[in-house]
Design a binder for this molecule. Sequence first.
Ligand code: SF4
Length: 218
Amino acid sequence: MAERGPDGGDGPPVPELIPDRPSIASVRTAAKGCRACHLYKRGTQTVFGEGPARGQVMLVGEQPGDVEDLAGHPFVGPAGKLLDKALAEAGIDRAIVYVTNVVKHFKWEPRGKRRIHAKPNSVEIAACRPWLETEIALVKPRVLVCLGATAAQALLGRAFKVTRQRGTFVPSPLAPRVTATVHPSSILRAPDDDSRRTEMRLFVRDLKRVAAELRKRE
Ligand code: SF4
């Protein structure tokens, strides 16, 4: 099939795939067949967001990883397990959390027999963004948390620096309370046990701020 856009997809752009009266379930089904950018050729399947249809918290990462790509579910690999642990330590019930990504297909480069994560570019992020915007509009989270620089810069602007501004709440039309912290995969990549423990402590600290927001009355 011929390419239809600068992002190398050969299917309709995402807005044309979104049902007229969308629900999370119907949008997830529609996203399964997305070919709006070339990443569908590289990943095994679309990995859509998961969680309660009206989750109080939405966590937005960058893209599915190797394990998620094969499983078809977000945050089920090593970073997801670390995230679950951090949420528990912060006192956030995993059952109220909807997890998703800015980009729904795994972008990777071969290295030997391994598939190595490759960062999505701005064109791929823009192509996929209507899926995320639809998820946010339907789930209506009270608190939205960007995990890592890719999600933070996509949703909060290129000037947002996770290293400097993590854990702070910023004004945004996306949700009543919006913040960003690191991606849990960055904690797994820490060079030694000491720095991994430090990074985990800071991550839990940021999530505790989210927990405190949730305890406030609306
Ligand atoms: S990455 Fe997003 S826009 Fe590209 S094919 Fe996958 S779901 Fe569609």
